[in-house]
Design a protein around this ligand. Structure first.
Ligand code: FAD
Ligand code: FES
Length: 265
């Protein structure tokens, strides 16, 4: 993961497009040049969805894509903040803080094939990441998992391998089962690295898989977040330390991306 010093902007950004891509997921575009120009794959933004105290706190979202001076987020509706977000019309404006957190490390020149592994809404950061990696000449394979076909969010991603728990699309099983199924083919594709985002049980299984097969991996984690900038201590998560012990990090500053070796299993 890359920990760069970037200028964080807090801008009143207009929604310029909003569309539903599944029953409960929307892609929302904000015009915010300051954030778009500084953003790196893996970064997130913290959004105040309205001016009221309901909800009081901002809500964090991965940067899904950057197009010129705009950013897209891909948001799954699960509660009050995401409902307001999905229902907001074009031209509504929201306070958007970012880019926040560290980013995926795409800088290894020996990397030949990147495996972008996601579960459900964990696909959100993968489009921006794929664009960056392919722009650098790295081959990408997207591995997407969901409980059913309705959970799959492969829009605009290329070279997709699909797994569903119920077998309603692609391979029947978890996305990590599919990786294990493909391992012989994958090992013929040169130096590999896994970039993963999704629910915690999936990330743990990805970390175990990568440790077993000695594949480097980076994981984008989630936690409850308040400020997004290291002030409220609301996002503290446990990680493994190099001496085998347990330490804590603030995920909004030292994450959301961590090396797979640091994940506590
Ligand atoms: C770094 C980061 C990046 C994220 N990126 C995305 C993204 O790209 N797209 C996206 O849709 N979501 C993303 N999330 C999750 C998103 O922030 C939450 O879904 C959102 O804050 C929920 O707000 P709400 O007001 O709708 O839900 P609330 O009304 O606050 O909560 C509704 C229910 O969801 C639970 N909940 C709240 N937050 C989370 C969470 N982070 N994980 C699991 N359960 C939660 C609550 O406990 C409650 O049960 C990200 C989270 C983090 C920390
Ligand atoms: S969200 Fe406040 S310290 Fe991380």
């Amino acid at each position: 993961m890359m920990q760069e010093t970037v200028t964080i902007a807090d801008v009143n950004a207009a929604i310029t497009a909003s569309r539903k891509i599944s029953r409960d997921v929307s892609v929302i575009t904000f015009e915010c040049p300051e954030i778009a120009l500084a953003a790196r794959p893996g970064n997130f933004v913290n959004i105040k969805v309205n001016a009221s105290t309901q909800p009081l706190l901002r809500r964090p979202f991965s940067i899904h894509d950057v197009r010129g001076t705009s950013i897209d987020i891909m948001a799954k509706t699960i509660g009050i903040g995401t409902t307001i977000l999905a229902d907001s019309p074009c031209s509504a404006a929201m306070q958007v803080l970012g880019p926040l957190g560290n980013s995926f490390d795409c800088s290894d020149p020996s990397l030949e094939t990147a495996l972008l592994v996601s579960g459900g809404i964990g696909a959100a950061p993968m489009l921006f990441l794929e664009k960056k990696l392919t722009g650098m000449g790295t081959a990408c394979i997207n591995y997407l998992g969901g409980r059913t076909s309705e959970d799959l969010l492969q829009e605009n991603l290329s070279n997709c391998r699909i797994a569903t728990d119920d077998g309603s699309a692609g391979f029947r099983g978890t996305v990590v089962d599919l990786l294990a199924n493909d391992i012989t083919t994958l090992k013929s594709k040169g130096n590999l690295k896994v970039f993963a985002c999704g629910p915690n049980p999936m990330l743990k299984a990805v970390a175990v898989f990568c440790r077993t097969h000695a594949i480097p991996c980076e994981l984008s984690l989630e936690s409850v977040m308040g400020c997004g900038i290291g002030i409220c201590y609301g996002c503290s998560v446990e990680v493994r330390t190099p001496d085998g012990g347990i330490g804590t990090i603030l995920l909004c500053r030292e994450g959301p991306v961590i090396d797979g070796e640091r994940l506590v299993l």
